[in-house]
Ligand binder design. Structure first.
Ligand code: ZN
Length: 271
């Protein structure tokens, strides 16, 4: 059953997308929601091995985020919520940031600590931080999993210093791939993802919690990487299928990304 017919982000009207995935969507801001009953506890699905196995690829992706952060902010203190194996934080640390992570997975925590990253083994919901502690908070593919994004964003606002920044990465629910695949889109993941964000819905949520978007971009395929050329080269060793897929789709993906319809959405917001 749908408890409310009104979008909690913008107040728009909600409609049902498909019965198969039990998904609803806001007609005004595009926010999607997976209905509760099929979602699982975080412990049954966190994806440690994906990060461990594809570290080279993720390093190239995260390097792009670190570069973006550097365009807006000098190094200071940073917290990553859902920091997994600490790869992104280690890149930030290398560029002068003082970093800490918070990660519910024990395995990932171990790897992160081995890298020399201070990592708390708990969920953000169960943690406490002093007010105005961080210059930067990062949430990489985390917000879509969370029960109550509003509360989370309000708390983040509280722990950010004045002029502090929040970097959010989520799958883009208004991407071309989401439109083409509908309820079969690879990021629907009904057992894991509660929310499906668009730039508009994120913007409503962030503004409502006192944060203001200062930069947004979408990206697909090789354009998700700091170095698309490096990814193309490395995909050659990852099997011909991956290489040809990346190469053939490079130009269409560039156009789609520039139109705001890339599969990934990166948003920087400021307190
Ligand atoms: Zn809405």
């Amino acid at each position: 059953m749908i408890q409310s017919q009104i979008c909690f982000a913008c107040g728009g009207e909600i409609f049902i997308v498909g019965t198969k995935t039990r998904l609803v969507k806001c007609a005004a801001c595009g926010l999607g929601k997976t209905l509760d009953e099929i979602r699982q506890n975080y412990n049954s699905y966190h994806r440690d091995t994906v990060y461990f196995d594809s570290e080279k690829q993720f390093k190239n992706i995260f390097q792009k985020r670190v570069r973006l952060i550097g365009k807006f902010r000098k190094p200071g203190t940073a917290l990553e919520i859902g920091s997994s194996s600490g790869l992104m934080l280690s890149l930030l640390k290398n560029s002068g940031w003082e970093v800490a992570g918070i990660e519910p997975s024990k395995e990932a925590c171990k790897v992160s600590r081995k890298r020399g990253i201070t990592t708390l083994n708990k969920s953000f919901e169960n943690s406490k931080f002093n007010k105005e502690t961080f210059d930067l908070v990062i949430m990489n593919h985390v917000l879509e999993h969370m029960e109550n994004p509003n509360d989370i964003l309000e708390r983040i606002n509280g722990i950010l210093k004045k002029d502090g920044m929040l970097l959010v990465d989520v799958p883009n629910f208004e991407s071309l791939s989401a439109k083409i695949w509908g309820s079969n889109w690879k990021y629907i993941l009904p057992q894991e993802h509660k929310w499906h964000f668009t730039l508009k819905s994120l913007s409503y949520l962030l503004t409502g919690t006192g944060l203001k978007i200062i930069y947004a971009e979408t990206h697909s395929g090789v354009w998700e990487y700091a170095s698309p050329a490096k990814e193309l080269f490395e995909s050659l060793t990852g099997g011909k299928k991956r290489f040809f897929g990346e190469a053939i789709s490079a130009i269409p993906n560039l156009i789609v990304s520039k139109l705001g319809m890339g599969t990934g959405l990166t948003v920087l917001a400021k307190k």
